[in-house]
Design a protein around this ligand. Structure first.
Ligand code: GLC
Length: 634
């Protein structure tokens, strides 16, 4: 597949139009199919040919599971888009099967009267995590720790190359959430607590664009700034209420949405906003927030792309009726607020019927429908989807390529934050006598975290790559390593302990501290989430650090863990975040193959009752400051 960028999409249609006999073709080819025409003219021409069913179809996105058994539904519903939710994969889960699946769906879309191509979307939030064998990069919190925007752009460009190689032109990433409370189950999807850092890391957007994939800035806005205890349903903070002033909202939550370069989509947040200056108690769901979607995003910020709802996002809009979701009122309110395409995984037909009725009743103006469809079509023309609707398997060797894995390993090394290093224990000698312990030392699923193969991720041997233990053995083959996951093996007095603890995978509200436990997840994921280490981890730290000559503790987690009461027994402490498939990058800094350069992207609390705690707070006495990180020489 030829390498295309969103900025410089080339099209073959131009060549066709210059070929002999093109004159006759030109006369019968509708203007919107002529790639030589300006995009806006093509949009206007196509819009003028579309029925209401065509238009509403473009505004509707279904999940692959709803159409995989009968792709003709895509034709019948005239769908503008299909998505893979987290973990929704073809069988077999191979790059070839992804290409075949997307092309099959595309054939169904092109069988509609006007042959408008559908756009396939997926969450590739730390590499193409749904695809077995893809390179899995550190989650955004680790990328924020690198303070290396150029590297982050390269990571997302590599991600785009792997996404594109499987036939997919649209990524629901990056999350430009500003994470203000680490009890939020999605805080690892954020580059950090400082909006300036998040803005600097928007090289992720240009990286995706250069890799030929449409980015999606999400979740607009204030998703990471909600109040603990206001979460939706069983969630304690996810999808909650951002209680703030317009001034602070603008400074913190809207900052990542200003001055964004190139083509992109925007996804509203499930959360709500409640203005303090208006007297709190009147929260508005972002999915129904006309002031912020139409007034601010499309108006004041001049966003020209399209807004895609989150998963059944309008189903949460206020409606006292007992009708099945989505209700007519939710459809009406969601469309009129300014969202353009609706992620209706399993209710696409219902959505279309309800919206048709709302338009015909005059409760949704045709001007709003035309605005939505214009935005969607403009994007599809601009990314070359009309000229290149189908994918090939020409680039599938990009998926999990050695070059991408080397880049991921570099990103892992740069993401490691050295918080304590008594007596310069680190870097370790390559012939050291080591006692490696802890549940996250040899568990690639835990080091990858959520959004990996499964929506919630999975512990264990989930993906190909190197665990931290395997990395240690690779980087220091002459080290004498004893591995005992639970520290049940005897610890030598001359051993240096390397204790790797932390969290098991989670995603969204299932990662909320005090939130619901994922009932379908297997052990040990099936544990209440916390800002402190699980009892088993604490015991391993105590045992090894008490018996070994010295010990370094590595915390593999999506967020800080309060370890203050065990800090004294640790000679060295490293925040490893969620490194992904290339655990060798951790060994690179442990043994000095690479220097420690990482810096905290979020404040590291001294105690749980300090949370939320962020740089700039009036009272600010954390264990480690935002931006803290010890460096070692190469
Ligand atoms: C999820 C997430 C969103 C994701 C979407 C599709 O609920 O909130 O980040 O892009 O659904 O998987």
């Amino acid at each position: 597949m030829n390498r295309r960028t969103l900025a410089g999409v080339t099209t073959c249609a131009t060549v066709v139009a210059l070929l002999p006999g093109a004159a006759a073709t030109a006369a019968t080819t509708p203007l919107y199919r002529d790639a030589r025409q300006p995009v806006e003219k093509r949009v206007t021409d196509l819009l003028g040919r579309m029925s209401l069913a065509d238009k509403i179809g473009q505004m509707t996105q279904a999940e692959r599971g709803a159409v995989a058994a009968d792709p003709s539904l895509i034709t019948r519903w005239r769908l503008g888009s299909v998505l893979s939710g987290g973990g929704s994969v073809p069988t077999p889960n191979t790059p070839e099967a992804w290409v075949a699946m997307v092309n099959e769906f595309q054939r169904a879309a092109l069988a509609t009267p006007l042959g408008i191509p559908m756009i396939y979307g997926i969450d590739a939030v730390h590499g193409h995590g749904n695809v077995y064998g893809a390179t899995v990069f550190p989650h955004n919190v680790g990328l924020g720790a690198t303070r290396d925007p150029r590297l982050v752009g390269q990571v997302y460009r590599a991600t785009a190359e792997e996404v594109r190689a499987t036939g997919i032109p649209w990524d629901f990433a990056p999350c430009v959430c500003v994470s203000r409370d680490e009890r939020w189950g999605r805080s690892y999807e954020s580059f950090g607590e400082d909006p300036d850092l998040v803005v600097r890391m928007r090289t992720a957007v240009t990286g995706l664009q250069r890799g030929g994939v449409l980015p999606t800035l999400k979740h607009y806005a204030g998703d990471g700034d909600t109040e603990y205890g206001t979460g939706s349903g069983d969630y304690t903070i996810d999808q909650g209420i951002t209680v703030t002033s317009r001034r602070d909202f603008d400074r913190i939550d809207l900052a990542p949405y200003r001055g964004v370069p190139g083509l992109y989509a925007v996804m509203p947040s499930f959360s709500s906003v409640d203005w303090t200056e208006d007297g709190v108690g009147n929260p508005t769901k972002m999915h129904g927030n006309r002031e912020l979607i139409t007034g601010t995003l499309k108006g004041r910020l001049g966003f020209q792309g399209f807004v895609i709802s989150d998963w059944e996002g309008i189903h949460q809009l206020p409606d006292t009726s007992t009708d099945p979701r989505p209700t007519a009122a939710q459809v009406r309110d969601g469309v009129n607020a300014g969202t353009d395409m609706f992620m209706e995984p399993n209710t696409a037909a219902r959505f279309e019927e309800l919206l048709t009725a709302e338009v015909q009743a005059g409760r949704v103006p045709m001007s709003r429908i035309d605005d939505a469809v214009r935005r969607i079509l403009r994007t599809k023309f601009q990314i070359g989807l009309f000229e290149h609707p189908y994918a090939t398997t020409a680039a599938i060797d990009q998926v999990g390529s050695a070059a991408h894995r080397a880049l991921a390993r570099q990103a892992v090394a740069e993401s490691q934050v050295l918080l304590k290093n008594s007596h310069h224990l680190l870097p370790l000698k390559k012939n050291a006598k080591l006692y490696v312990a802890g549940r996250n030392a040899d568990d690639i699923g835990n080091q990858a975290g959520g959004w990996t193969i499964d929506w919630q991720g999975r512990s264990g041997d989930a993906i190909p790559g190197t665990t931290i233990l395997a990395g240690i053995k690779q980087v220091a083959p002459h080290a004498r390593v004893t591995y005992s996951k639970d520290a049940s093996a005897p610890v030598g007095k001359d051993d240096i302990g390397v204790v790797v603890v932390g969290e098991t995978p989670y995603a969204e509200g299932f990662g909320d501290v005090g939130g619901p436990v994922c009932s379908w997840c297997t052990e040990p994921q099936h544990e209440p989430k916390s800002l402190t280490l699980q009892p088993g981890d604490r015991a391993v730290v105590d045992k090894v650090c008490a018996a070994a000559a010295a010990c370094v503790v590595l915390i593999v987690s999506g967020r800080p863990q309060v370890i203050t009461d065990q800090l004294a027994e640790m000679d060295a402490l490293v925040a490893s975040w969620l490194p992904g498939s290339e655990g060798a990058g951790v060994a690179d800094v442990l043994f000095g193959r690479e220097p420690f350069t990482g810096r905290l992207p979020v404040t590291w609390p001294r105690s749980t009752d300090q949370v939320p705690i962020n740089i700039g707070d009036k009272t600010y006495k954390p264990l480690y400051l935002y931006g803290y990180g010890l460096h070692t020489r190469h």
